[in-house]
Design a protein. Structure first.
Length: 94
């Protein structure tokens, strides 16, 4: 099975909840991939730099690798401003 890698994808964290001892299970929405499930390993530990960044509805740049349904977060950065991570939503007429 091949792993897909995504680098600095603009998006937002929708939800983050505890997973196992020190990780977070994250739901994120990105411009290119839509809604994705990610595991942030060690994000709940006291020394984690990701701990403060992974707050809901903050514009971010996310990097992860994915082999199945749930990917592994490899990096996260706060976006400089909301326009850097702005998501364009197209209205669809029914």
């Amino acid at each position: 099975m091949s792993r897909a890698r995504f680098q600095l994808e603009p998006g937002y964290v929708l939800n983050a909840r505890p997973y196992q001892d020190s990780s977070l299970l994250i739901e994120a929405f990105t411009r290119g991939q839509g809604r994705v499930g990610l595991i942030a390993r060690g994000a709940r530990s006291a020394k984690s730099r990701l701990r403060a960044l992974l707050q809901p509805l903050q514009p971010m740049l996310l990097s992860w690798s994915q082999a199945g349904e749930v990917g592994t977060l490899t990096a996260a950065e706060a976006a400089a401003d909301a326009s850097e991570a702005a998501l364009r939503v197209e209205h669809v007429k029914l």
